[in-house]
Design a protein around this ligand. Structure first.
Ligand SMILES: NC(=O)c1ccc[n+]([C@@H]2O[C@H](COP(=O)([O-])OP(=O)(O)OC[C@H]3O[C@@H](n4cnc5c(N)ncnc54)[C@H](OP(=O)(O)O)[C@@H]3O)[C@@H](O)[C@H]2O)c1
Length: 338
């Protein structure tokens, strides 16, 4: 596989990375059946194509996702391995096979979760370690204090937070530098734009945009929810189902038409839109299949004009997208609800 010409890199935790990372969650859970052989082949193909930022969490597949990434890290060529930034997360505790969760940010839990992630990934040090969800009962200074001890011990290189508001981000950053905020940002999830986009840029914090393809909806090629695998969690998401899902599909049909007029697939336009929102934005589209990778990476080459960005912003104005982004149980530990 020939790597495409490299687009200008962006910064993450003090390192230059490809602007588009790889989200690994779907390789273990949430989006129906997956195949470890194809997932491993996708991880290797991503590294060959120049991807340097890989995202996982301890809760994805109850450790399976970190183990899969660990297998890949062991196999990958040493020169490539040295350029990779591997991010994982702690804080969501679930029974295997259950979506319901509790959030644990206690220092003792953070220490043990980190040991378990190091073991599963087969590494001595985690490049970027996120608090996945906040437990409001534990002060953020205590959480970041416990995380910063892991940095002192050489078990973690840099720290991140996921789904926190600006006040928490500022309070955390005052205790120890926060390298990245990871939250949902896409054409159909615009909640970060007013406050956190400008703030992260001003604070020198990377904004890692998760679910930048709207969990697949913004590819313009999502089947109806009834056609998805029995275990696919999107069958229960308010934005995919019922009249909300139908309304959102009409927006995506309009996206498909615009993208076609501009000569790109909708997927690339959706990813390029996130990259145009600021130089600190790093989308991590999830892809379990090699055939999706190249298309996603090529989005880093697309230049959209201010007029095109304006058309996309207007098409996906916040009041046009219907339905909440999570079912009830998914809101635990998320600071800003929408
Ligand atoms: N911090 C958090 O709380 C949080 C929450 C959710 C996700 N995340 C992270 O963000 C990553 C990405 O989010 P996500 O996976 O939820 O959603 P996403 O990236 O918005 O969408 C993933 C879906 O899009 C499909 N897809 C990707 N590229 C495609 C292409 N070129 N053409 C057609 N379909 C394509 C994937 O299919 P295939 O998989 O079949 O290739 C998958 O079904 C996750 O993997 C995870 O690392 C973090």
């Amino acid at each position: 596989m020939t790597p495409p010409a490299s687009p200008p890199s962006r910064m993450l935790a003090g390192r230059a990375v490809h602007p588009v990372g790889l989200g690994c969650m779907g390789m273990s859970e949430f989006y129906g059946a997956s195949d470890d052989a194809e997932s491993l082949a996708t991880l290797h193909a991503a590294a060959e194509l120049g991807v340097t930022h890989f995202d996982t969490a301890d809760t994805y597949g109850h450790g399976h996702n970190e183990q899969l990434l660990g297998r890949f890290l062991k196999e990958v060529d040493g020169r490539r391995r040295a350029a990779l930034t591997v991010a994982t997360k702690f804080g969501i505790v679930r029974e295997p096979g259950r979506y319901e969760r509790r959030i644990d940010n206690s220092p003792a839990y953070i220490r043990s979760a980190c040991e378990a992630s190091l073991e599963r990934l087969g590494v001595d040090c985690i490049d970027l370690y996120y608090c996945h969800r906040r437990d409001p009962a534990i002060p953020i200074a205590e959480v970041v204090g416990a995380m910063s001890l892991l940095v002192e011990q050489g078990k973690v290189r840099s720290l991140g937070l996921s789904e926190v508001g600006l006040a928490t981000l500022r309070a955390a950053h005052a205790v120890h530098p926060i390298a990245a905020l990871q939250s949902e940002l896409s054409l159909w999830e615009r909640g970060l734009e007013a406050e956190l986009l400008p703030a992260t840029q001003a604070m020198g914090i990377a904004l890692v945009a998760y679910s930048p393809l709207g969990r697949g909806m913004l590819t313009g090629a999502m089947p109806a929810p009834e056609a998805l695998d029995e275990k696919d969690f999107r069958r229960s998401l308010p934005r995919f189902t019922g009249s909300e899902g139908e309304q959102n599909r009409r927006l995506v049909e309009a996206l498909n038409r615009l993208a076609q007029d501009w000569g790109f697939p909708a997927t690339q336009v959706a990813l390029a839109w996130t990259l145009h929102k600021g130089p600190q934005v790093l989308p991590i589209p999830g892809a379990r299949r090699r055939r999706h990778l190249e298309q996603n990476l090529a989005s880093a080459e697309i230049v959209l004009s201010p007029r095109q960005i304006g058309e996309l912003d207007a098409l996906f104005a916040v009041d046009k997208v219907r339905g909440e982004r999570y079912p009830q149980a998914g809101w635990a530990g998320i600071e800003a609800r929408r």
